[in-house]
Design a protein around this ligand. Structure first.
Ligand SMILES: [Zn+2]
Length: 250
C-alpha cells in the first residue's frame, strides 16, 4: 500500500516557477490550437470518446490549470461528463458545492489515508460498487495539483469535509515522462483516474484513457526532442481503430 499514489504530477515542485518555464518553452514551439501540444506530434487525431458509469470531477489548482503538461485535461477529452473546477483558496466554487448535495451523485474525495483525523471517513473501492448498485453515479473528486497543493485543497475546502475519502490502492508505477516523479509510485492525475475507473468497473473507459494518456506522453516527449513519430504506436493504432468505428462529430 502506498499513501502517495494520489498525487499527481508531483514532480512539478520544481525550483523554477512553472509559468516562466511554460513561456520559455512556448516561445520555441508552435502549439496546436486543438490539443495545445507541439504541432510536430499533435494529439488531435487520437481523441476518442468513451462511456463510463463513474464520473471524474477535477478540482484543479489555479497554477496547475495553465500547464500544458497537465494530464487532468486528458480525462475530459475522453469522458464527456468530466467536470473541471478551478480551485482558489479564497473563493469556494458555488457550482461544485451545490453539485455535492445532489442526491444523484455519490462523490468521493480521492486522497491518501495517511492522517488520523479523517480515519472515520475512509472507504474502499467497494463503496463505489455499492453506489452503483443503488443507481447513484459515483464521482471521483481528484485534487489536481502538486502534492503540497493537493493537501492544501483537501484541508482548506470546507465543502469536502463531509465526503467519504477514497485512497487509491494500486501497484501501478507511473509512466508519466514529462515531469520527473519523486517516486515511481507517484501517479499523475490521468493515471489516478485510469486506475479508479478500472477498479470501479469502467474497464473500457479506463483502457481508452490509458491509451490516450500514453499517446499524449509519447507525443509530448518526442516533440521535446524534436522527433516526429512517423509510424503509429500500438496505443495510437488502437485509438485510430476506435475512431473509425465511431467517428467524433465535428
Ligand atoms: Zn492537436
Amino acid at each position: 500500500m502506498d499513501h502517495d499514489t494520489v498525487n499527481h504530477d508531483s514532480a512539478a515542485e520544481h525550483p523554477r516557477p512553472p509559468r516562466r518555464e511554460f513561456k520559455a518553452r512556448g516561445s520555441f514551439v508552435t502549439r496546436c490550437e486543438g490539443c495545445n501540444l507541439p504541432t510536430l506530434n499533435c494529439l488531435c487525431p487520437y481523441q476518442v470518446k468513451a462511456e463510463s458509469v463513474a464520473q471524474v470531477w477535477l478540482l484543479t489548482h489555479s497554477i496547475e490549470h495553465y500547464k500544458p503538461t497537465n494530464t487532468g485535461r486528458l480525462i475530459g477529452d475522453v469522458l464527456s461528463e468530466t467536470r473541471i473546477f478551478t480551485w482558489y483558496r479564497t473563493a469556494p466554487d458555488a457550482q461544485l458545492a451545490a453539485l455535492l448535495k445532489d442526491p444523484r451523485y455519490a462523490p468521493f474525495v480521492v486522497f491518501p489515508d495517511d492522517q488520523p483525523d479523517y480515519a472515520d471517513r475512509l472507504v474502499g473501492i467497494e463503496a463505489v460498487h455499492a453506489a452503483k448498485a443503488q443507481t447513484r453515479i459515483p464521482v471521483f473528486i481528484i485534487l489536481d495539483g502538486t502534492w503540497r497543493q493537493a493537501r492544501r485543497m483537501f484541508r482548506k475546502s470546507a465543502y469536502l469535509d463531509a465526503l467519504p475519502v477514497l485512497p487509491l490502492r494500486t501497484e501501478r508505477e507511473t509512466r508519466y515522462r514529462l515531469r520527473k516523479p519523486a517516486s515511481k509510485s507517484h501517479l499523475c492525475t490521468a493515471e489516478v483516474a485510469i486506475e479508479l475507473l478500472r477498479q470501479g468497473g469502467d474497464t473500457v473507459a479506463a483502457d481508452v484513457l490509458d491509451d490516450y494518456f500514453e499517446v499524449f506522453n509519447d507525443s509530448y516527449a518526442a516533440s521535446r526532442l524534436h522527433h516526429k513519430i512517423d509510424s503509429p504506436t500500438a496505443a495510437m493504432r488502437r485509438l485510430l481503430a476506435k475512431q473509425e468505428a465511431a467517428p467524433i462529430e465535428e
